[in-house]
Design a protein around this ligand. Structure first.
Ligand SMILES: *Cc1c(COP(=O)(O)O)cnc(C)c1O
Length: 410
């Protein structure tokens, strides 16, 4: 029973869904001899199919999730020193684009149980300089979008949804990414589907769509009567090779999500009643698509808390990350020490002091979340046997740390 098994990993073929479909698409793509999306059809087709899948009017592929967030911000076009509210627990790729566009990231605290920002934590950050709100549906668990959209609409502030970890997650009857003004997705190696690196933005807003399209293309007006480079922008295009793989991956997305969700629900059932750990807190009326599976660990029940439980699981070959990120985003050097352009510290030099106040007392939810979360790697290729292995090892670790026997569910 204590035999070690190795879990599929999203970093290699054991936990990825590549097969003959991707190879065939690549062969077809290479045979055309056209690898730039400005001339080929694979990326274009990906955009059409992705938009259709989500029920969005427009989708544009780009080179990464970071690029996707950058496009969204560039489309909203903040003035230097404008503020963009974001979350203290996210990937740095969702934050540096704010600084590149000359805006100030203002961090909202998170709910310590869902690890997501809420309408209440966002509201505290709104000022007369707030230009946009970025919400991250962390780990695939949707934010409370109803309350957030109500707040944002009442202040006329656009919402960007970072869905890098939340493909096909739903809030009510809508896919996340289609509720706010823009949805941003990543196709990086470890996401639900992948092209190694890649990204996609979606929107229903024609003007935003146009600006995002231009931003990906050095703001060159392809197809216009008198094209020009209209504004400052980069080449953030996805290549046709990536588009071909992405198209094949897209056909597998629903299966990937269904599998991840089914497996997660099975683990949640297995772990019900295990003392000192809480299974993922779900927002009512949503579908969580489990980029990762998080446990919240109560150190008053389990001595040593997340760190001890993580270490015990590591001994079973379950490489979880006590703390998905080691520290809140604002504690990273780039933000803490304002390492930006030369020695200028710009755009932080334009910030209101309150916008860059990272005092501990303002982020109780964030510190609480990071101290208690244990992130299990999650994968669509887990089997029921893997779930059993995870559950058995978690129960065994909790038993040994608490000194109480933890029985299996059922
Ligand atoms: C992965 C990720 C990004 C960045 O995507 P890249 O493709 O790695 O640039 C942004 N936000 C979140 C929430 C992510 O998980």
């Amino acid at each position: 029973m204590n035999q070690r098994i190795s879990l599929p990993s999203d970093q290699d073929a054991t936990g990825r869904t590549f097969g003959p479909e991707e190879l065939e698409a690549l062969r077809e793509c290479l045979n055309t001899g056209t690898l730039t999306s400005t001339k080929g059809n694979f990326v274009r087709q990906l955009e059409v199919e992705f938009a259709k899948m989500l029920g969005a009017k427009f989708a544009y592929a780009c080179s990464s999730g970071t690029a996707a967030v950058h496009c969204a911000i560039a489309a909203i076009n903040p003035e230097p020193g404008d503020e963009i509210i974001t979350t203290s627990i996210t990937d740095m790729g969702a934050l540096t684009p704010i600084l590149y566009q000359g805006a100030i990231p203002v961090f909202a605290d998170v709910d310590p149980n869902t690890y997501n920002v809420t309408a209440r934590t966002i509201e505290r950050c709104i000022s007369d300089r707030t230009k946009a709100i970025i919400v991250t549906h962390l780990f695939g668990n949707p934010c409370e979008m109803h309350a957030i959209m109500e707040l944002a609409r009442s202040r006329n502030i656009p919402v960007i949804e970072d869905c890098a970890q939340a493909f096909l997650s739903t809030y009510g009857d809508q896919y996340v990414g289609t509720i706010g003004s823009v949805g941003c997705f990543s196709l990086q190696q470890g996401k639900h589907i992948t092209t190694g690196e890649g990204g996609i933005v979606v929107t229903n807003d024609e003007a935003i769509a146009r600006r995002m399209y231009l931003y990906i293309n050095k703001a060159w007006g392809y197809g216009d009567a008198k094209p020009d480079h209209y504004f400052i922008a980069l080449n953030y295009r996805m290549s046709e090779l990536q588009g071909a793989v992405a198209l094949a991956q897209l056909q597998k997305l629903e299966g990937v999500v269904a599998s991840r969700t089914r497996l997660a629900n099975a683990l949640t059932t297995e772990l019900s009643g295990v003392p000192g750990i809480s299974t993922p807190a779900l927002t009512p009326n949503t579908v969580h698509t489990y980029w990762k599976y998080c446990l919240r660990v109560d150190e008053s029940v389990i001595p040593g808390g997340t760190v001890a439980l993580g270490a015990a699981l590591k001994d079973s070959g379950i490489l979880c990350a006590p703390r998905y990120i080691q520290k809140p985003a604002f504690a990273c050097q780039v933000i803490k020490d304002q390492c930006t352009f030369g020695n200028s510290r710009w755009p932080f030099t334009l910030a209101r002091p309150e916008a860059v106040d990272y005092s501990r007392g303002l982020f109780e939810g964030t510190w609480n979340a990071l101290e208690h979360v244990l992130v299990l790697p999650w994968n669509e290729k887990y089997t029921d046997e893997h779930i059993q292995y995870l559950a058995d090892n978690i129960r065994r670790a909790v038993s040994s740390l608490t000194g109480q026997t933890v029985a299996a569910a059922r």
